[in-house]
Ligand binder design. Structure first.
Ligand SMILES: [Zn+2]
Length: 479
């Protein structure tokens, strides 16, 4: 019988915080400026420059720590992590090792197969990001852009509590939602504002000790993470079965080749010669400060779901779907505030928006239309000025190009035709052109009427009110 293995996974998640300025200087954190334009002596590591801590960084770290049930180190400090690399101009990174701001927290995850469990958070610490190396502009040299140098990060280190890719994805989604709801980051994996390193080992089921772990970097989507976990799990099991040893090392996952490659043997903390940063004073966090952050905490997803069910009388399923991204929830709430029709707003987003998102392989966060336009569309349907078929087409335009539905309907001439005279003469013409259907109806084949209604709707280019057409066709047939 073949042996049964268990996968043991812990994550290190780096999140770029949504501050306007960097962690230790007042340079802009804005993404995409011309290279080296968001820089100053501090974030380019000039001798004699001194870092000054951005208070907002501490507040975001506290908010995330409190929302993930962490203990707070009310006396915390920064340390220097020493290493030489061209994207790190000081030759050390300012981080936290000995007294990180938050420790010993947890989040509850629910996997798609319905398993609920707690994942422990070992610690959350604050640190600065490095610059970016550009290797392919010229053949014979590399360039460095320090715009990202000094952008604030928090690193969330989990306990090795996860056992499958499914649990890892559930954990990351949970963290992402909490942090997005707090407004602490937009957490976009593709753009690098959320980055996950996966520590993974395997052991025989029931073994008392963990196996040797490897760390995988360079994972920039949930799918890549799931594939990397599966690939690394297989690789380690094969090594063990062949009687070889798993080496503790950092590996780079190549998602195109679906395989990983050793990058470097794993360093321990001692290799970095951490020591307290003498340029920064300790951060003292008072009880009052913690209380204030707690009081400012916005409504998180669990509370939002409960409120949607209560205040808008939505089913739990709807409330869960609408809150699965903060942007979706915001769009829903703004639409409802404008049109006062929660069930309608929910239906448009859950059915049509979700369908279009899936069709275009988009994230809910990429939805760009103004809630005011959806609200207006809902009102136009309620007022009967467009029918539902036309409304669907208009919604697609709103979704794709954020058109103003009123102007769009006007321009394309899509308004419902309520002119009975015009409708009646169209119906008369249809009936005259289809004597067989009329005869069928009169001999008791009720289905024939559906055909005539369809022909009328087509002749009216879908702009007639179907209820009215039904009524008028029936009248004409029984005349
Ligand atoms: Zn700077």
């Amino acid at each position: 019988m073949s042996k049964q293995y268990e996968t043991v996974i812990g994550l290190e998640v780096h999140v770029e915080l949504a501050t306007k300025t960097k962690i230790f200087c007042s340079c802009s954190t804005e993404f995409g400026g011309a290279p080296n334009t968001h820089t100053c002596p501090v974030c380019t590591g000039m001798p004699g420059s001194l870092p000054v801590l951005n208070k907002q960084v501490v507040e975001y770290a506290l908010a995330v720590g409190l929302a993930t049930n962490c203990q707070i180190n009310q006396y915390c400090k920064f340390d220097r992590k020493n290493y030489f690399y061209p994207d790190n101009p000081q030759n050390y990174q300012i981080s936290q090792l000995y007294l990180p701001i938050c420790h010993d927290g947890w989040v509850e995850i629910e996997t798609e197969s319905g398993v609920t469990k707690k994942v422990g958070i070992h610690e959350i610490h604050m640190e600065e990001d490095a610059g970016k190396l550009v290797h392919d502009e010229w053949e014979d040299c590399s360039l460095v852009d320090y715009n990202r140098s000094g952008v604030p990060l928090i690193e969330i280190v989990s306990e090795p509590d996860m056992r499958s890719a499914e649990e890892v994805i559930a954990y990351l989604e949970k963290l992402r939602l909490i942090i997005q709801y707090l407004g602490a980051s937009d957490c976009k994996l593709q753009e690098g504002s959320m980055r996950a390193d996966v520590n993974l080992s395997v052991r025989e089921v029931g073994a008392p000790k963990f196996g040797t772990r490897t760390e995988m970097k360079n994972l920039n989507s949930f799918k890549a993470i799931a594939r990397a976990i599966e690939g690394e799990r297989k690789r380690q099991i094969e090594l063990i079965e062949e009687g070889k040893k798993v080496i503790q090392e950092t590996r780079r996952w190549d998602d195109n080749k679906e395989s990983s490659k050793a990058m470097r043997s794993k360093e321990d903390a001692q290799d970095y010669r951490y020591f307290p940063d003498p340029d920064l004073v300790p951060v003292i966090i008072s009880d009052e400060w913690i209380a204030r952050i707690k009081a400012q905490q916005p409504e998180l997803r669990t509370e939002k779901i409960a409120r949607y069910m209560e205040e808008f009388e939505l089913p739990k399923y709807d409330a869960e779907l609408l809150t699965s991204s903060k942007h979706m929830a915001d769009t829903f709430e703004e639409t409802v505030a404008l049109c006062g029709k929660p069930k309608e707003a929910s239906n448009w987003l859950m059915v049509e928006a979700m369908r279009l998102l899936k069709e275009h392989e988009m994230d809910a966060d990429d939805m760009k239309f103004a809630p005011a336009h959806l609200a207006k569309l809902i009102e136009m349907v309620a007022a009967g000025s467009i029918n539902r078929t036309v409304a669907k087409t208009v919604f697609e335009e709103i979704f794709a190009k954020d058109v103003d539905p009123e102007a769009y309907v006007e321009e394309k001439g899509l308004k419902v035709v309520n002119d009975e005279g015009a409708l009646k003469s169209t119906i008369d013409a249809i009936l005259a052109a289809n004597p067989q259907s009329v005869a069928d109806y009169k001999s008791g084949k009720e289905k024939a009427m559906g055909f005539l209604v369809g022909q009328t709707m087509r002749a009216m280019k879908g702009k007639a009110d179907p209820a009215m057409v039904n009524k008028l066709v029936k009248e004409a047939l029984t005349k």
